[in-house]
Design a protein around this ligand. Structure first.
Ligand code: BDR
Ligand code: CA
Length: 360
C-alpha cells in the first residue's frame, strides 16, 4: 500500500524519486507513442488523471472531452480547460460533450468533489477556449483519422463515448481499446450495487460493454486500494512548478474534506489509476471477464455483473410470458479485462514523480 512510498524515501528525498522515473515530460505536441482521447468529468481524481497523462511522454493526448458527471458540464468543461492550460499543453483540443446522461437525469457528486469539482480550490479561468466540435464528433473524427492506433480513456460517465459509438458505429473496429475507470465486481460506492460512473449512465456503460471494442475495466476492486494520504500531499508540496503546486493544493483541500468526514485517510485516486495502467503496465493485473451492465433494476441499475466461465442465464420468464420466451442461456464471451490486482506503491511513485517533475 501507500506506506511503501514512504519506505522508498519519497518524503525525505523527493528528488531521488523524481530521478528514478525521469525524464518524465519530454513529449511535444506530437510526442508519445500511445495516442489517447481522455473523456472526463473533472472532478478531483480526474484532475490528477489529466495531469498525469499530460505529463507522461508515453502518452500522446490528442484530445480531452468533457462530460457531465461529478459536477455539471458547465463546471467540468472549464475545469478541463484549466487543467490543460495548467499543464502547458494548449495544443490539445478540449471539447464539450453531453450535459446529461443518455436517458436519465444527471446525478452529481459535488459532496465528494466540491461544487467547483476541484475540492473548492479556486484557479483563474482558463484563457483556452473549447473547440467548436462537440465531443462525440471529435471522438469519431479522431478515431477515423487514427484508425486502429488510438485508445479512448473514459474516466467519467460513458455518455460521450456511447454517443460517438451510436453516431458512427463503424468506428468500433477502429478503436484499439477503451480503458475505463468504472464499475466493480465487489459492490458499489453510490449504491450497494453500482459504482458512480456506471450509476450515472448505465445505458451508456451498457452500450460500451456491448460494443465489441477491447475494454480494460479499472473498477473499485482496485481503486479502493489506492488512497491518498497526508504524506502524499507533503510529497506533492515538496515539488516545484505549476502542476505540482496545483496538485498539492487540490490534494490538501480534498484531505480536509475527508477529515471532515472523520476519515484518517483521503479519497481513492480512481481515475489516475486507470491512466497509470497505460504508462506502467506492471501497476495493475487484469483477468478476462464477461461483464454486463444492469440497466433495469430500481436498486441495481449501473451494477457491473462479471463472470469468468460458465454461461449466464436470463431471469426466469414471468408467468404471463409467451411460451416462446424461456430462461435462455447466453454463452460465455469475455468482453473485458478487469483489473483485479494493484501495486499501490508503484502507482503513487509514478503519480507523484510525474506531477512533481518540473517540465515545461
Ligand atoms: C468515479 O466517480 C467519480 O466520482 C470519480 O471521478 C471516478 O471517476 C469513482 O467512482
Ligand atoms: Ca471521473
Amino acid at each position: 500500500m501507500s506506506g511503501g512510498v514512504l519506505a522508498s524515501g519519497i518524503l525525505s528525498h523527493p528528488q531521488s524519486l523524481l530521478a528514478r522515473h525521469s525524464p518524465i515530460f519530454s513529449a511535444g505536441p506530437n510526442g508519445g507513442s500511445q495516442k489517447v482521447i481522455l473523456d472526463t468529468d473533472p472532478g478531483v481524481d480526474d484532475a490528477f488523471a489529466l495531469l498525469l497523462a499530460m505529463r507522461s511522454s508515453e502518452l500522446n493526448v490528442v484530445a480531452v472531452t468533457a462530460v457531465a458527471g461529478n459536477v455539471p458540464l458547465s463546471v467540468t468543461l472549464p475545469n478541463a480547460l484549466r487543467l490543460v492550460e495548467m499543464a502547458d499543453r494548449p495544443e490539445i483540443p478540449v471539447a464539450g460533450g453531453a450535459s446529461s446522461p443518455l436517458i436519465r437525469k444527471l446525478v452529481t457528486a459535488a459532496y465528494a468533489h466540491g461544487n467547483n469539482g476541484l475540492a473548492g480550490v479556486e484557479f483563474p479561468p482558463a484563457r483556452l477556449q473549447p473547440v467548436k466540435e462537440p465531443a462525440s464528433d471529435l471522438i469519431c473524427r479522431l478515431v477515423r483519422e487514427n484508425a486502429k492506433n488510438i485508445c479512448i480513456v473514459g474516466i467519467g460517465p460513458l455518455t460521450n463515448i456511447a454517443l460517438a459509438l451510436r453516431q458512427d458505429p463503424e468506428i468500433v473496429s477502429m478503436v484499439s481499446s477503451i480503458v475505463l475507470m468504472g464499475g466493480s465486481l465487489s459492490g458499489g460506492n453510490v449504491t450497494p450495487a453500482a459504482e458512480f460512473n456506471f450509476y450515472v449512465d448505465p445505458e451508456a456503460a451498457s452500450i460500451v460493454f456491448g460494443s465489441g471494442i477491447p475494454i480494460r475495466m479499472v473498477g473499485l476492486d482496485v481503486t479502493r486500494r489506492v488512497q491518498l494520504t497526508e504524506r502524499h500531499v507533503q510529497a506533492l508540496q515538496a515539488g516545484k512548478g505549476r502542476v505540482s503546486e496545483a496538485a498539492a493544493r487540490i490534494a490538501e483541500a480534498v484531505m480536509k474534506m475527508h477529515r471532515g468526514a472523520d476519515s484518517e485517510r483521503g479519497p481513492n485516486l480512481h481515475d489516475p489509476l486507470a491512466v497509470s495502467s497505460l504508462i506502467r503496465p506492471d501497476i495493475l493485473t487484469f483477468e478476462d471477464y464477461q461483464v454486463e451492465i444492469e440497466t433495469m433494476g430500481s436498486i441495481t441499475a449501473g451494477e457491473s455483473v462479471g463472470w469468468k466461465h460458465a454461461p449466464a442465464r436470463h431471469a426466469a420468464p414471468m408467468e404471463i410470458a409467451s411460451a416462446a420466451e424461456s430462461a435462455s442461456d447466453f454463452p460465455f464471451r469475455a468482453n473485458a479485462k478487469v483489473a483485479t490486482g494493484v501495486d499501490s506503491e508503484k502507482f503513487f511513485e509514478l503519480l507523484i514523480s510525474r506531477l512533481t517533475t518540473t517540465g515545461k
